[in-house]
Every structure is written in structure tokens, then in C-alpha cells.
Design a protein around this ligand. Structure first.
Ligand SMILES: [Zn+2]
Length: 320
């Protein structure tokens, strides 16, 4: 926490003024006592003495979180009206950085319960704010999409499923886009980085929604996918056992399918509980995606495109 109240009820903003030791400070959210901390590693900040009764902060923040919050706030201030740790009492939340009275930036550096993320996102959306979650190191996209990461996915017609990462050490904001999953459950996507603090922050955050150029990703197909699936069934992988059971009911069998039957190997992310950050209905996108790959003759390679591409292809087909 970088902003607290003093005994007189005034805000003490650590990026703008020095806090005096020996004073009492309070959380702007819950009103509970907080302590001024000045350490060797951590920049000066406030921390709850006890978090037990605070609805606004679920944990005391790491140095990574404090530094990223500071960088984004100072960056936003260059071109916009920005507030640090803005208290939004109507929804009982404190936004890390609040821009132009409508955009909320939330820096998430550690895991949190999916339910909590859904609730926080939903209450921002209901109150008419747009929220952009930016992920710290522990939550970066690695080989597989975790269930929590699925809830940080955004969508645009130009870049498909995407999410934002913050890299404090290399001072980058990183966009991962055209996020897909292959049959191994591994992520295939594209990446673009922007240096932190350079250019207009809002322009960068709007990047996924701007422009018309179709993005393309050359997928990596596994020619030995059938051997892989045989091993998965041998080891009784719950996912593939379930698919096999379903195929049996339809009179099929995973192990007798041809390589082409597994096409397209690279597919769109799915989530049985939906995607917290995505309000649009994506069913047409999924349908156009499947339709496009089903009708391709050449199934030895797979290119992935912006969602707009599949939509245009589908329309052209209907027009014929
Ligand atoms: Zn509090």
C-alpha cells in the first residue's frame, strides 16, 4: 500500500511526500491500522498490522507489486489523469491504478482463488469500469494454461485470446496473443513486448483492438500424435480416458483414428466456467474456426489466424 490516511484523515501518498515515522496511519479501505515500513529491499510502504478484517486488501504486497504499481502509475500520469490506489467505495475495492475515471489497472503478482477473481472482475464490470489485469512473474504463461490463467484471458477480433504480463526485471509489458492449445495441452501463441514507460500506455493497452491486419501463427503439429495418445490411454490419463469413453459410445476408438481425424490439432482454449474477462458470445468464433479447418484439403500443416479471418472465410462460403 502506498497511500494511507493519517490521524487527521488526510491521505499520505508515499510517491509524493515523505511520511513521518512515529505517526499513526490507517487503511483507506477498512480503516484498520497500518504500519509504515522502510526496509532494505522494499521501498517505503504501508502494511496492515492485521489483514483479518480488511475486505480491500487480501495480502500485503511484494516489492514486485509495489514497483510495478509505481511504474504504471507514473507512466499513466504522462498522458492521462491517473490515481494511485483509488478507493471505489460503492464496490468496496481499491484499484491499483485508476485512469480517466473509467479504466482500472490491476497488477496481480500471486495466485488468488478463481471465485475471488470472478467477483472482483464482475463488480468492476457492473459498476461500469473496464479492468485490465496485468500478471506478475508467478502468473506468466508457461507451457500450459492454468485454470486461473484462463480467467485472465481477454478477446479481440484482431488478436483472439490474449493476456498481459509485466516483466519488472526487463522492464517490459508483454502481450501474449493468438493463444491456442494443442492436443498435448500445450500453449501455442505469439508474443509482443513493449518497453515499460515508453510511449502512451493507453495506446498500448488498446493495441489488441486496433488495426485490420490479420495475425498469423504457424502451428507446430505432432505427426506422432497417435503414439502419444496410445501412451496417454496406457497411463490412464483422465482427460483422454473420458474422450475415449465418449467415442466408444459413438462406435469409435481413438486408437484406430487416422492422423487427419485429429485435425485441427491446435484449438481454441475452452473453459467450462466461462471466461471472467470476456463478455462477448464467442460461439460463432468457435463454429467458424472448426468449419474452416474441416473443409481444408491439406491437413499436414496448420496456420492460426485472427478471429476476423475465420468470419470472413465463412461469409465468403455462404455467399458462393
Ligand atoms: Zn484495510
Amino acid at each position: 500500500m502506498l497511500v494511507a490516511k493519517n490521524e487527521q484523515g488526510r491521505s499520505v501518498h508515499l510517491l509524493e511526500q515523505q511520511a513521518v515515522d512515529g505517526q499513526a496511519f490507517f487503511c483507506p479501505g477498512c480503516g484498520g491500522p497500518v504500519r509504515l515500513r522502510k526496509g532494505e529491499v522494499m521501498r517505503p510502504h504501508f502494511a496492515h498490522i492485521s489483514l483479518k478484517n480488511c475486505h480491500y486488501f487480501s495480502e500485503n504486497e511484494s516489492e514486485q507489486h509495489l514497483q510495478l504499481k509505481t511504474s504504471l502509475y507514473q507512466w499513466a500520469l504522462q498522458d492521462s489523469q491517473a490515481e494511485l490506489e483509488k478507493r471505489l467505495p460503492e464496490i468496496e475495492q481499491i484499484a491499483d491504478v485508476f485512469i480517466n475515471d473509467k479504466l482500472v489497472l490491476e497488477i496481480q503478482c500471486s495466485s488468488l482463488p478463481i471465485r475471488r477473481l470472478q467477483e472482483r472482475t464482475y463488480s468492476y464490470q457492473q459498476a461500469g469500469y473496464r479492468v485490465v489485469w496485468l500478471l506478475g512473474k508467478d502468473l506468466w504463461l508457461k507451457k500450459r494454461l492454468t485454470n486461473l490463467q484462463r480467467q485472465f484471458l481477454y478477446f479481440s477480433h484482431r488478436l483472439g485470446f490474449f493476456l498481459w504480463e509485466l516483466d519488472r526485471e526487463r522492464e517490459k509489458i508483454r502481450l501474449r496473443y493468438l493463444i491456442h492449445e494443442d492436443l498435448h495441452g500445450q500453449v501455442q501463441c505469439l508474443t509482443q513486448e513493449f518497453p515499460l514507460g515508453v510511449g502512451n500506455l493507453l495506446t498500448i493497452l488498446r493495441f489488441p483492438y486496433q488495426g485490420k491486419k490479420v495475425a498469423v501463427l504457424k502451428g507446430r503439429l505432432d505427426r506422432q500424435i497417435r503414439e502419444y495418445l496410445a501412451r496417454q490411454l496406457y497411463h490412464q490419463s483422465p482427460k483422454w480416458m473420458g474422450i475415449q469413453a465418449q467415442l466408444y459410445q459413438e462406435g469409435g476408438n481413438l486408437l484406430t483414428q487416422t492422423l487427419d481425424d485429429f485435425y485441427p490439432q491446435i484449438r481454441l482454449p475452452e473453459s467450462t466456467i466461462g471466461f471472467a474477462q470476456i463478455e462477448q458470445d464467442l460461439s460463432a468464433y468457435y463454429a467458424h474456426f472448426w468449419e474452416y479447418y474441416q473443409q481444408l484439403d491439406c491437413k499436414t500443416e496448420q496456420y492460426l489466424y485472427s478471429p476476423a479471418f475465420y468470419q470472413i472465410k465463412s461469409r465468403k462460403k455462404l455467399g458462393q
